[in-house]
Design a binder for this molecule. Structure first.
Ligand SMILES: O=C[C@H](O)COP(=O)(O)O
Length: 249
């Protein structure tokens, strides 16, 4: 953890979670007092934002969404706008997740529009970047990350922003990047952000679990984690939060 930026442990539930599961999660997680040194956030599916909002706020857990559309309102069937996310109590929105880039075909231009719309309505984007295994093996990881970060060119310098570096080959695979890979890549991401005029938190994501969290969070330049699978169970998510508390102390 570098500087005075508070470590963030964010749970991305992806397309998982029914109402009863959300209730069970809150009941199990709620008995733990909110730590001072670590910020916690949850990104459930859209259908659970309103139902979870009040209780998460009481537990001092920030709420976030997994995507947003860039128009304010109108005939955009199936889309959710930034104001709707604010209305549901969201502080964060994940943008540019590799699953949206690869499955939905989301482009950097669309991601930039979503960044602008999020900032306009007071949301803090968590911008995801990451290389595929093929790109890493070809030695073009930094080039790919620089291209993805280029969506920040010309963006307001003081706009709230968190970056999540998620090597695509480590997402949901049980394979994590080595400490060396994480340290080296986070150093590059921080350098690139400085060049673009942004001093923001950089999270690591990709198969973070209770067994590897402390090691990953201890790497220089890692200021939190974006957790997928291991955030679905209150117990494993809390263990990751505890690992972050240990690293922060
Ligand atoms: O947004 C979260 C990441 O895609 C990581 O997912 P994972 O922890 O299941 O590998």
């Amino acid at each position: 953890m570098t500087g005075s930026k508070r470590c963030l442990i964010a749970g991305n539930w992806k397309m998982n979670g029914l109402l009863q599961e959300a209730r069970d999660f809150i009941a199990a997680f709620g008995s733990n007092p909110a730590p001072e040194s670590v910020e916690i956030a949850l990104m459930p599916p859209f259908t659970l934002l309103h139902p979870m909002s009040a209780q998460l706020a009481e537990m001092q857990i920030e709420l976030g969404a997994q995507n947003v559309y860039y128009e304010d309102k109108g005939a955009f069937t199936g889309s959710i706008c930034p104001l709707m996310l604010r209305d549901a109590g969201c502080h964060y929105v994940i943008l540019g997740h590799s699953e949206r880039r690869s499955i939905i075909g989301e482009s950097n231009a669309q991601i930039r529009s979503k960044l602008n719309a999020s900032w306009l309505h007071g949301l803090e984007p968590i911008l995801c970047i990451g290389e595929t295994l093929e790109q890493r093996e070809r030695g073009i990881t930094n080039m790919v990350l620089a291209e993805q970060l280029a969506v920040l060119k010309g963006a307001p310098k003081n706009a709230p922003l968190t970056i999540a570096y998620e090597p695509v080959w480590a997402i949901g695979t049980g394979v994590t990047a080595t400490k060396e890979q994480v340290t080296e890549t986070h150093a590059f991401v921080h350098e690139e952000l400085t060049r673009l005029g942004h001093d923001c938190r950089v999270l690591y994501g990709g198969s973070v679990n209770p067994g590897n969290a402390e090691e990953l969070l201890s790497c220089p330049g890692v200021e939190g984690a974006l957790v997928g699978g291991a955030s679905l169970k209150a117990d494993s998510f809390m263990q990751i939060v505890k690992a972050a508390i240990n690293v922060a102390s």
